[in-house]
Design a protein around this ligand. Structure first.
Ligand SMILES: *[C@@H]1O[C@H](CO)[C@@H](O)[C@H](O)[C@H]1NC(C)=O
Ligand SMILES: *[C@@H]1O[C@H](CO)[C@@H](O)[C@H](O)[C@H]1NC(C)=O
Ligand SMILES: *[C@@H]1O[C@H](CO)[C@@H](O)[C@H](O)[C@H]1NC(C)=O
Ligand SMILES: *[C@@H]1O[C@H](CO)[C@@H](O)[C@H](O)[C@H]1NC(C)=O
Length: 467
């Protein structure tokens, strides 16, 4: 359902969880708790982990979506009931049999993402939650989030979700404009959004922790209308205390990829619905920058490239994701877990997933080489407001890597897209310009790392280097 994760494919289906103390530590001294996982000694929170559950079903695939989802048409059809039962059985089987549990983990966040988790029956969600409670040590104040789409739930369903423990909602709004929603292939309209908000407020009350997803750079979206959208959101009765703003990425393999690829741009009349024009790059950039300034004015902290929160309402499930040593379990189609330093991606098609669940001999692809780990950390940390701690890189990976990162960042610093706090040794991207160009800056740093003579020879030694 979310967009904009193309840069981090492996992690794209796993969004998880706690706030490591290091994210709040203003200094990145090596004595800080920013430890590597293998030196399991330090951080008090080191034993916290998150859980991600993937519910892949959607009524239909949105035209920009390249996620691991399964379009089902109407959820009232018996075909859907069977498919959902089959999937849920497999998911419960996976939770029971497939995890090498670290019993010292306390689960501080559970996140149901998709797909459209609010589409499946309450009994399905209940069975999964009960299984998790039976299998894991879940903290009493665990954040339990669910992605919900307008038009897929009513008062009774939302009440049932609240009663079973969901205490945070991520509402997939994307746009308030019916023409644009239709062109995206969304099933909901502005009216459904307003109804959904009313239900959330009636069920959870005004203090509900909820996030709203919006997309900028959409076909048909003008700068003026984006400004108007943000203003509308600020004037909602139930104003979100968290916002996820994605800049539309036209991904190959999606309907939009076909409609809006460069070669097709002049033959869009072949599409079956009215094709709205994409905003120019300048307009899309302006939307991003405008949102950053506008939301800062309204008290939101821009804590990650696409994420904004009022004080105290950063998404815990996102935080573990951006931490260097965050750990999360993940279950379901296409979901990626990160446990004991191992990233593992589950199969992205239903047939492959079911086969894998019941045939444990098939092992998951996992990427745990030295290079992958370093690139992953650079990429993740530079997306956050807290940034990348260079002395820590030097200590953990070697000073040559720290130096390469510095060289790779030089141009960005010169252009005021990046900032290097020499005293604390922290490299950050500037808000909004650096964050807007994060992909280019990160690529330049990657290129610099890859030119190191030791980079290509590392592969043979990766097991020793990674411990
Ligand atoms: C759990 O913690 C105990 C004591 O802190 C430790 O001895 C044990 O190795 C840990 N177990 C795992 C699976 O990490
Ligand atoms: C919202 O989140 C904050 C911070 O995590 C928490 O203290 C508060 O209890 C939550 N509110 C509700 C209604 O769950
Ligand atoms: C919605 O977007 C369409 C397409 O860009 C535009 O023509 C229309 O004026 C917008 N509607 C509203 C209510 O802003
Ligand atoms: C890799 O291992 C070989 C032999 O064990 C060693 O000579 C070489 O220096 C190692 N390379 C790195 C980058 O550590």
């Amino acid at each position: 359902m979310k967009v904009g994760y193309g840069w981090i494919l492996l992690l794209s289906a796993a969004r998880a969880f706690w706030i490591p103390s290091t994210l709040h530590n203003p200094s990145c001294r090596l004595t800080s708790s920013l430890s590597v996982r293998s030196s399991s000694s330090t951080s008090l929170l080191a034993n916290n982990a998150g859980v991600y559950i993937h519910i892949p079903f959607c009524r239909r695939r949105c035209r920009y979506c390249d996620f691991a989802i399964v379009p089902v048409g109407s959820e009232d059809r018996t075909g859907f009931t069977q498919l959902n039962d089959q999937y849920t059985t497999a998911l419960l089987h996976e939770i029971t049999h497939h995890t090498s549990l670290n019993n010292n983990h306390t689960i501080s966040s559970i996140y149901f993402g998709g797909g459209t988790p609010s589409l499946v029956p309450v009994s399905t969600l209940q069975a999964i939650l009960e299984k998790l409670y039976g299998r894991f040590n879940v903290a009493p104040d665990c954040e339990i989030s669910i992605e919900m789409d307008p038009g897929t739930f009513d008062f009774a369903k939302a009440t049932a979700l609240r009663d079973m423990g969901f205490n945070r909602v991520s509402l997939g709004v994307q746009s308030f404009n019916d023409t644009i929603l239709e062109s995206l292939g969304r099933i909901h309209r502005k009216n459904d959004v307003m109804n959904a908000l009313k239900i959330l407020q009636d069920v959870w009350g005004n203090d509900l922790n909820y996030s709203m997803d919006l997309i900028s750079g959409l076909p048909g979206l003008s700068v003026a209308e984006w400004v108007h959208t943000l203003e509308n959101v600020m004037h909602l009765q139930l104003r979100p205390n968290h916002l996820s703003l994605y800049d539309l990425q036209v991904e190959p393999g999606t309907v939009f990829g076909r409609w809006y690829s460069d070669s097709m741009i002049n033959s869009i009349s072949s599409s079956p619905v009215t094709t709205l024009p994409l905003p120019s790059d300048e307009e899309a950039s302006f939307m991003y920058k405008y949102a950053s300034g506008f939301l800062r004015y309204y008290g939101y902290d821009h804590y990650e490239v696409s994420s904004y929160a009022t004080p105290g309402h950063q998404s815990q499930h996102n935080q573990v994701y951006w931490a260097v040593d965050g750990e999360w379990y993940a279950f379901g189609l296409g979901a990626t877990s990160h446990i004991n330093g191992q990233l593992a991606a589950r199969p992205r098609t239903m047939a492959d997933y079911l086969k894998w669940v019941y045939e444990p001999t098939v092992s998951l692809p996992s990427t745990n080489s030295f290079q992958d780990r370093l690139l992953d950390i650079v990429l993740k940390r530079l997306r956050t407001k807290e940034g990348l701690c260079l002395p820590w890189i030097g200590e953990t990976f070697g000073s040559n890597y720290q130096n390469a990162i510095r060289r790779g960042a030089e141009l960005g610093v010169e252009l005021a897209l990046a900032q290097l706090d020499e005293e604390r040794g922290i490299l950050t991207l500037t808000d909004p310009h650096g964050l807007l160009f994060s992909n280019s800056i990160i690529s330049t740093i990657f290129a610099e790392l890859e030119t190191l003579p030791e980079w290509s020879t590392l592969k043979e030694n990766e097991t020793t280097l990674c411990g």
